[in-house]
Design a protein around this ligand. Structure first.
Ligand SMILES: [Zn+2]
Length: 207
Protein backbone atom coordinates (compact mmCIF):
# COMPACT_ATOMS: atom_id res chain seq x y z
CA UNK A 1 0.00 0.00 0.00
CA UNK A 2 1.44 3.38 -0.94
CA UNK A 3 1.83 6.02 1.70
CA UNK A 4 -0.94 8.16 0.17
CA UNK A 5 -3.29 5.19 0.04
CA UNK A 6 -2.44 4.34 3.66
CA UNK A 7 -3.22 7.91 4.76
CA UNK A 8 -6.53 7.88 2.86
CA UNK A 9 -7.52 4.53 4.34
CA UNK A 10 -6.65 5.62 7.88
CA UNK A 11 -8.45 8.95 7.44
CA UNK A 12 -11.61 7.17 6.29
CA UNK A 13 -11.32 4.78 9.21
CA UNK A 14 -10.85 7.61 11.72
CA UNK A 15 -14.01 9.25 10.37
CA UNK A 16 -13.40 12.47 12.27
CA UNK A 17 -13.21 10.90 15.70
CA UNK A 18 -11.29 12.87 18.34
CA UNK A 19 -8.92 11.51 20.97
CA UNK A 20 -11.70 11.94 23.52
CA UNK A 21 -14.14 9.95 21.35
CA UNK A 22 -11.63 7.11 21.02
CA UNK A 23 -10.72 6.98 24.71
CA UNK A 24 -14.37 7.14 25.81
CA UNK A 25 -15.12 4.30 23.43
CA UNK A 26 -12.42 2.16 25.06
CA UNK A 27 -13.75 2.77 28.57
CA UNK A 28 -15.84 -0.30 29.29
CA UNK A 29 -16.31 0.49 32.92
CA UNK A 30 -15.56 3.54 35.04
CA UNK A 31 -16.57 4.05 38.69
CA UNK A 32 -17.42 7.73 38.15
CA UNK A 33 -16.89 10.64 35.77
CA UNK A 34 -13.79 11.90 37.62
CA UNK A 35 -12.11 8.56 36.90
CA UNK A 36 -13.11 8.76 33.22
CA UNK A 37 -11.69 12.29 32.96
CA UNK A 38 -8.44 11.12 34.55
CA UNK A 39 -8.20 8.31 31.99
CA UNK A 40 -8.75 10.82 29.19
CA UNK A 41 -6.00 13.07 30.61
CA UNK A 42 -3.70 10.05 30.93
CA UNK A 43 -4.20 8.65 27.46
CA UNK A 44 -4.64 11.76 25.33
CA UNK A 45 -0.84 12.28 25.32
CA UNK A 46 -0.64 9.33 22.93
CA UNK A 47 -0.77 10.05 19.19
CA UNK A 48 -4.23 9.89 17.64
CA UNK A 49 -3.17 7.07 15.31
CA UNK A 50 -2.15 4.79 18.21
CA UNK A 51 -5.38 5.59 20.06
CA UNK A 52 -7.39 4.71 16.96
CA UNK A 53 -5.56 1.43 16.38
CA UNK A 54 -6.04 0.44 20.04
CA UNK A 55 -9.69 1.51 20.08
CA UNK A 56 -10.59 -0.36 16.90
CA UNK A 57 -8.65 -3.53 17.73
CA UNK A 58 -10.56 -3.31 20.17
CA UNK A 59 -9.09 -2.42 23.56
CA UNK A 60 -11.37 -2.55 26.59
CA UNK A 61 -10.44 -0.33 29.51
CA UNK A 62 -11.74 -1.21 32.96
CA UNK A 63 -11.07 1.52 35.52
CA UNK A 64 -10.85 0.41 39.13
CA UNK A 65 -12.01 2.55 42.02
CA UNK A 66 -10.01 2.88 45.24
CA UNK A 67 -9.89 -0.42 47.08
CA UNK A 68 -11.08 -2.52 44.13
CA UNK A 69 -8.89 -5.44 43.12
CA UNK A 70 -7.76 -6.03 39.53
CA UNK A 71 -9.34 -9.51 39.67
CA UNK A 72 -12.76 -7.87 40.08
CA UNK A 73 -12.63 -6.62 36.47
CA UNK A 74 -15.13 -8.61 34.44
CA UNK A 75 -13.16 -8.39 31.18
CA UNK A 76 -10.43 -10.85 32.18
CA UNK A 77 -10.34 -14.56 31.45
CA UNK A 78 -9.36 -17.49 33.65
CA UNK A 79 -5.83 -17.68 32.24
CA UNK A 80 -5.09 -14.10 33.33
CA UNK A 81 -6.82 -14.51 36.69
CA UNK A 82 -4.59 -17.44 37.58
CA UNK A 83 -1.37 -16.26 35.90
CA UNK A 84 1.79 -15.49 37.88
CA UNK A 85 3.57 -12.29 36.89
CA UNK A 86 7.21 -11.30 36.70
CA UNK A 87 10.25 -12.98 38.22
CA UNK A 88 8.76 -12.54 41.68
CA UNK A 89 5.69 -14.63 40.71
CA UNK A 90 3.16 -12.12 41.94
CA UNK A 91 -0.54 -12.75 41.45
CA UNK A 92 -2.96 -10.48 39.65
CA UNK A 93 -4.06 -8.60 42.77
CA UNK A 94 -0.46 -7.65 43.56
CA UNK A 95 -0.24 -5.87 40.21
CA UNK A 96 -0.93 -2.15 39.91
CA UNK A 97 -2.48 -2.69 36.53
CA UNK A 98 -2.94 -5.44 33.96
CA UNK A 99 -2.90 -5.30 30.19
CA UNK A 100 -3.19 -8.56 28.31
CA UNK A 101 -4.84 -10.14 25.33
CA UNK A 102 -8.21 -11.82 25.93
CA UNK A 103 -9.62 -13.73 22.95
CA UNK A 104 -10.19 -11.01 20.37
CA UNK A 105 -9.50 -7.89 22.42
CA UNK A 106 -6.86 -6.25 24.59
CA UNK A 107 -7.98 -5.95 28.22
CA UNK A 108 -6.55 -3.09 30.26
CA UNK A 109 -7.38 -2.92 33.94
CA UNK A 110 -6.07 -0.03 35.99
CA UNK A 111 -6.90 2.22 38.92
CA UNK A 112 -7.59 5.87 38.09
CA UNK A 113 -5.25 7.02 40.85
CA UNK A 114 -1.99 7.64 38.99
CA UNK A 115 -1.26 8.97 35.51
CA UNK A 116 2.01 7.05 35.28
CA UNK A 117 0.38 3.66 35.88
CA UNK A 118 -2.40 4.47 33.40
CA UNK A 119 0.11 5.58 30.77
CA UNK A 120 2.27 2.53 31.47
CA UNK A 121 -0.64 0.13 31.00
CA UNK A 122 -1.73 1.82 27.79
CA UNK A 123 1.87 1.58 26.57
CA UNK A 124 1.45 -2.22 26.64
CA UNK A 125 -1.57 -1.86 24.36
CA UNK A 126 0.15 0.69 22.10
CA UNK A 127 3.31 -1.38 21.58
CA UNK A 128 1.08 -4.17 20.21
CA UNK A 129 0.71 -1.97 17.12
CA UNK A 130 4.40 -1.25 16.59
CA UNK A 131 5.91 -2.55 13.36
CA UNK A 132 8.03 -5.73 13.40
CA UNK A 133 11.12 -3.63 12.66
CA UNK A 134 10.45 -1.30 15.61
CA UNK A 135 9.90 -4.31 17.87
CA UNK A 136 13.17 -5.79 16.61
CA UNK A 137 15.01 -2.59 17.47
CA UNK A 138 13.49 -2.50 20.97
CA UNK A 139 14.53 -6.11 21.49
CA UNK A 140 18.14 -5.31 20.53
CA UNK A 141 18.12 -2.33 22.92
CA UNK A 142 16.71 -4.50 25.71
CA UNK A 143 19.46 -7.09 25.22
CA UNK A 144 22.01 -4.31 25.30
CA UNK A 145 20.51 -2.90 28.52
CA UNK A 146 20.64 -6.39 30.06
CA UNK A 147 24.35 -6.58 29.21
CA UNK A 148 24.97 -3.15 30.76
CA UNK A 149 22.67 -3.90 33.69
CA UNK A 150 21.18 -0.43 33.50
CA UNK A 151 17.45 0.21 33.73
CA UNK A 152 15.26 3.12 34.78
CA UNK A 153 13.56 0.87 37.34
CA UNK A 154 13.52 -2.85 38.26
CA UNK A 155 10.21 -3.36 36.41
CA UNK A 156 11.87 -2.39 33.10
CA UNK A 157 14.29 -5.29 33.48
CA UNK A 158 11.53 -7.88 33.94
CA UNK A 159 10.76 -8.47 30.26
CA UNK A 160 10.90 -6.97 26.82
CA UNK A 161 7.25 -5.88 27.18
CA UNK A 162 7.95 -4.09 30.49
CA UNK A 163 11.10 -2.51 29.08
CA UNK A 164 9.10 -1.07 26.18
CA UNK A 165 6.16 0.03 28.36
CA UNK A 166 8.43 1.77 30.88
CA UNK A 167 10.33 3.54 28.09
CA UNK A 168 7.19 4.74 26.37
CA UNK A 169 5.39 5.91 29.51
CA UNK A 170 8.48 7.70 30.89
CA UNK A 171 8.56 9.80 27.76
CA UNK A 172 5.37 11.63 28.77
CA UNK A 173 6.72 13.09 32.03
CA UNK A 174 9.48 15.74 31.81
CA UNK A 175 11.45 14.44 34.82
CA UNK A 176 11.16 10.77 33.84
CA UNK A 177 11.90 11.64 30.21
CA UNK A 178 15.21 13.21 31.29
CA UNK A 179 15.95 10.11 33.38
CA UNK A 180 15.27 7.83 30.41
CA UNK A 181 17.57 9.89 28.23
CA UNK A 182 20.44 9.63 30.71
CA UNK A 183 19.96 5.93 31.59
CA UNK A 184 19.10 4.60 28.12
CA UNK A 185 19.81 7.03 25.29
CA UNK A 186 19.11 4.40 22.63
CA UNK A 187 15.61 3.64 23.86
CA UNK A 188 14.98 7.35 24.36
CA UNK A 189 15.83 8.08 20.71
CA UNK A 190 13.74 5.20 19.44
CA UNK A 191 10.68 6.23 21.47
CA UNK A 192 11.10 9.83 20.27
CA UNK A 193 11.32 8.64 16.68
CA UNK A 194 8.29 6.32 16.92
CA UNK A 195 6.12 8.96 18.61
CA UNK A 196 7.18 11.70 16.20
CA UNK A 197 6.34 9.51 13.24
CA UNK A 198 2.97 8.57 14.75
CA UNK A 199 2.26 12.28 15.39
CA UNK A 200 3.06 13.18 11.77
CA UNK A 201 0.78 10.45 10.45
CA UNK A 202 -1.89 11.48 12.96
CA UNK A 203 -1.91 15.08 11.73
CA UNK A 204 -2.31 13.82 8.15
CA UNK A 205 -5.23 11.50 8.93
CA UNK A 206 -6.98 14.11 11.09
CA UNK A 207 -7.25 16.57 8.16
ZN1 LIG B 1 3.75 -3.35 32.73
Amino acid sequence: MSNTKFIETMRARLAGRSKRNLIERMITRSPHSMASEKAITALEVYPLLLLMLACDHPTKLWILDKGEKPSSARILDQAILTKKWHSTNITIDDCEGITDVVENYVAMVVSWKTLLVMRHEFAHAATTFFSPSTRGRIKALYQDALRRGEFTEPLAKESLAEYAACGLSYYFFPDLKAELESVDAGLFSLVACVLNEAESLSSLIAQ
